[in-house]
Structures are given as structure tokens and as C-alpha cells.
Design a protein around this ligand. Structure first.
Ligand SMILES: Cc1cc2nc3c(=O)[nH]c(=O)nc-3n(C[C@H](O)[C@H](O)[C@H](O)COP(=O)(O)OP(=O)(O)OC[C@H]3O[C@@H](n4cnc5c(N)ncnc54)[C@H](O)[C@@H]3O)c2cc1C
Length: 455
């Protein structure tokens, strides 16, 4: 193939052997029905190389898919036709941490957990915290606008992206803004790339906003005998006037499954638990902790576990972050969904998910960022079982149409990718839908950058 010969001239790292390519037909999302392997996987080392690769692919009209660790849940790095994978694993350097200006400049494949380890040494902090932050990259998180338990207080990835260098569909490199805390000079095109699922351009460098690291973090695990009590407690906390950094809900199935596969002393007979983290100056956290204790006492909690130090904090976090891996032990496949509903609908929503799952006989463990109305049901199933697979499709339809019907939406942090695009028109204003399609055409009139995703 002529384009592969040309790629070989500009790339020092390229895979073209069939046996090397199969793994790139997959990502974390559900198993594809038909396996499509890429033409090649390239591993550029810098933005100039990315630009040269894209120029070649553009010349030959070859589709390409930007890929980081492939941990997205929505099929955002799946192939729908043969394409070249542009894998960013060799662009994983922290270029600069600037404490004075509270920014960090990084290559796209820097892992969020690794970045925070470096920032920690300087008492700095990058708040977006997908649960898999030990592997999740900045480029992937920007492209999906990842969030996590701390979104309630700190916002998600979009709130921490100051400036991006992007390789466009024709190989041109642009800078979307400047490394400044504020800039309203022209359109905010930086934000356009956040959450764009790698469909508009390739991120080759990112400038991130940092904040000072909170002096203290304090985690409380509060148990309830019914979901309604947990939901009331969420409202009581918010109405009391302070914003915890985390306000996460675990249902009984999640508690039981974590405890079954990663025993850590969770109380498996309780219907629901809230994971509440306070952070800030030590004195403030102490003060808020007293208010929280009072609220929990008045909110029908049946047990309260209070971490006494950072080690105990970490132990509880480890349990929470292991929820997905625990569910993977139940059945061959796990599909994590990510709907958002208005916060007052959380109890109704959890009940609805249980009702639909029962109807289609599919096991579900439900977690959620209760402060944000963002619910993650983890469905355990066997996709090689035809009936289970068909039932799951029906379940998904009911789930997403339910979320939309109560004023909610399809995704709070995992994106649309391949698996939710059929619902997109129902979830968006039609005018906005058209504008989005036109933006895609404007950036990529040949439809070669991560084609078939979102729309
Ligand atoms: C166990 C587990 C827990 C998770 N928990 C959370 C959570 O709490 N919150 C949350 O938000 N998400 C969560 N996720 C999913 C999350 O979306 C991804 O982990 C993360 O945002 C990006 O993953 P990645 O780096 O592997 O990127 P990939 O999956 O490789 O890519 C993600 C998207 O980014 C694009 N992309 C990657 N690099 C670039 C680039 N340089 N330029 C342009 N586009 C690019 C890809 O094309 C794709 O569209 C979880 C996933 C797992 C497996």
C-alpha cells in the first residue's frame, strides 16, 4: 500500500503485521460484532511527526483514529471501517509545571494519576479524577470531557483546559488560545475540542489549569437502610451550605460485589452508602466535619465509618475505585452506562434501572455521583448469549429514553462514541444537532478523523 510506504518514511514506530493489529480492534467498550483491524498503528513521538502522518493520510483519504489507552466505555476508539490508529503512547511527557502561574503544559498521553503525583510534590492539584486515573490520559480525558467523584465541587475536565495545540485534518498545527488564565480574544475554540471524542482534530499538547492542593481530605462512609434516606441526606448536605468534594452513592449490589471480590469491610446488609469527602484547609475541614456529623445524625444513617487518616482515606477510595473490576468478576462482560438526571430524580432513576434490569433479567450494580445526578449502572452480562445481548439492547433503549423523558441526558462523562449515537437526536435540540454536524464538516470535510463517532 502506497500510503503505508510513505508512513514508514516518517514514522520510526509503526505496526503493520496482522498479528500485531488485532488488539487495536478492541477497546474497553463492549465486544465488536465484527472485528475490523486497522491498516497500521503509528506511534508518533512529537507533534511534527503527527502532522506529517496526517498529511499523508489526508492525501490518500485514509481514515484515522486517535487513541490513548483505549479505556473509554462508548466505543470511541473502535473501527467501523479500516483506518490507521494514531497511538499517542510515545507522547507522554510533562513539558513544564509552572507553579507561579498555576499551569502545567503536557503531551497528550500523560496519565492523570502520574501528573498528580508530580503536582503533589509541589502542593499543586489537577482535580479531574476519572476512577481509572491510574491509566486514563489527559488527551483521552479532554476528548471525552472526563469527570469523576470530585466533579461536584471542582467541575470536570473542561474547567481545567486553558490552551491546546491541535493537528487539523490537513496536518496544519494550530494553537487554540494562549497560556493565560483568562482570554476572551475571539471564539472559545479550546472548548470545542473538549468532549469532541477525537473527531475534530488531534491534541498534541495541552496547557492545564492547576489549583493549590487542599491541605486536608477527610472521607466518611455513611450507610442507609433505604435509598430514599440516602437521597434525602444528599439534599440535607447541599442545603446546609457547603459543598463536599465527593458525594457518591453506592447501591447494595455494588457494596456486596466490591466486598465479595475485594474484601475491605463494607457493610453488605445495607441498602445504600454515601461516600462523602471534605477537603480544604485543615481547620475548615474540621469545622465542616462537625456540621456533617450533625446532618448525618439527622438523616437516618444506620452506620458511619470515618477515615482517621490519609491511609484510611485511601483504603476506602481503593474500595470505591475497584467497583468496576469487581463487577467484571460476575459475568464475562460489563457495560458501564452513564446517564444524567435532575438530582431530585435520583431515587426514581435508581428504582427505574432496577425495574428495567429485572424485566430483562440482567444483573446491575448501581453507583453514582449523587451530587451531579450522574448515575453509573454497571451491567454484568454475557454478550455471547444471543438472548442476553438482545435483551440488553432493549434495556438500553428503555434506559436512555427514560433519562431523556425526565429531563436528563445520555452521558455525563463517558461520551457518545458508537453506542449511544442512535439516541442523540432525541437528546439534543435539533438546531444544535445540525450545528454540531456542520462543525464536524467544517473541521473534517472528508470525514476521515475518527469517523462514525457521535453522529
Ligand atoms: C475502570 C474504568 C473507570 C472509569 N471511570 C471513569 C470516571 O470515573 N469518569 C470518567 O469520566 N470516565 C471514566 N472512565 C472512562 C474514561 O472515559 C476514560 O478512561 C478516559 O477519559 C480516557 O481514557 P483513555 O486515556 O484510555 O482514552 P481512549 O479511550 O484511548 O480515548 C478516548 C477518546 O479520546 C480520543 N483521543 C485520545 N487521545 C487523543 C488525542 N491526543 N487527540 C484527540 N483525541 C484523542 C479517542 O479518539 C477517543 O475518542 C473509566 C474507564 C474505566 C475502564
Amino acid at each position: 500500500m502506497t500510503f503505508v510506504n510513505e508512513l514508514n518514511k516518517v514514522c520510526t514506530n509503526i505496526l503493520t503485521k496482522k498479528e500485531d493489529l488485532y488488539v487495536y480492534a478492541y477497546d474497553t467498550s463492549q465486544n465488536p460484532d465484527n472485528i475490523i483491524i486497522p491498516y497500521a498503528v503509528v506511534f508518533p513521538k512529537n507533534m511534527t511527526e503527527v502532522s506529517k502522518i496526517v498529511k499523508i493520510l489526508n492525501k490518500y483519504n485514509i481514515p484515522f483514529i486517535p487513541r490513548a489507552q483505549g479505556t473509554n466505555h462508548c466505543g470511541a476508539t473502535r473501527l467501523t471501517k479500516r483506518a490507521v490508529i494514531i497511538h499517542f503512547s510515545k507522547m507522554d511527557k510533562i513539558i513544564r509545571i509552572d507553579k507561579k502561574n498555576l499551569i502545567a503544559k503536557v503531551q497528550p498521553n500523560v496519565v492523570i494519576g502520574d501528573l498528580n503525583k508530580e503536582l503533589d510534590k509541589l502542593n499543586l492539584f489537577f482535580p479531574p479524577d476519572p476512577s481509572n486515573l491510574a491509566v486514563s490520559t489527559i488527551g483521552g480525558a479532554i476528548s471525552l470531557c472526563a469527570g469523576g467523584p470530585r466533579t461536584f465541587k471542582y467541575g470536570n475536565t473542561k474547567d481545567y483546559i486553558i490552551n491546546l495545540k491541535i493537528v487539523l485534518a490537513d496536518g496544519t498545527i494550530i494553537e487554540t488560545s494562549k497560556d493565560l488564565a483568562k482570554n476572551v480574544t475571539g471564539y472559545n475554540i479550546t472548548s470545542l475540542f473538549v468532549g469532541s471524542e477525537g473527531t475534530l482534530g488531534l491534541i498534541v499538547e495541552a496547557t492545564l489549569k492547576l489549583i493549590p492542593k487542599p491541605e486536608e481530605r477527610l472521607l466518611t462512609l455513611a450507610y442507609f437502610n433505604c435509598l430514599e434516606d440516602a437521597a434525602k441526606c444528599v439534599n440535607n448536605i447541599i442545603n446546609s451550605g457547603f459543598i463536599p468534594s465527593t458525594l457518591d452513592l453506592l447501591d447494595n449490589n455494588t457494596i456486596k460485589t466490591i466486598e465479595q471480590f475485594n474484601p475491605c469491610g463494607l457493610l453488605i446488609d445495607k441498602e445504600a452508602a454515601l461516600l462523602i469527602e471534605l477537603d480544604g484547609f485543615r481547620q475548615c475541614v474540621k469545622y465542616e466535619q462537625e456540621i456533617l456529623k450533625d446532618i448525618l445524625k439527622k438523616s437516618a444513617t444506620v452506620d458511619i465509618i470515618q477515615a482517621k487518616n490519609q491511609n484510611e482515606n485511601e483504603e476506602i477510595w481503593r474500595a470505591r475505585r475497584s467497583a468496576y473490576s469487581a463487577v467484571t468478576q460476575l459475568k464475562p462482560n460489563v457495560i458501564t452506562e452513564d446517564i444524567v438526571v435532575p438530582r431530585e430524580k435520583i431515587v426514581e432513576c435508581v428504582k427505574k434501572i432496577n425495574e428495567i434490569s429485572k424485566k430483562y433479567n440482567i444483573t446491575v450494580c448501581i453507583m453514582g455521583h449523587a451530587g451531579d445526578g450522574n448515575i453509573h449502572p454497571n451491567f454484568a452480562l454475557d454478550l455471547s448469549n444471543k438472548i442476553e445481548k438482545e435483551n440488553f439492547e432493549k434495556l438500553k433503549d428503555e434506559l436512555f429514553y427514560y433519562a431523556i423523558s425526565v429531563g436528563g441526558t445520555l452521558s455525563g462523562e463517558h461520551g457518545i462514541g458508537l453506542y449511544k449515537k442512535k439516541y442523540l437526536k432525541n437528546a439534543l435540540d435539533l438546531g444544535a444537532f445540525e450545528v454540531m454536524q456542520n462543525i464536524k464538516k467544517m473541521f473534517d470535510n472528508k470525514n476521515i478523523i475518527n469517523p462514525d463517532k457521535i453522529f
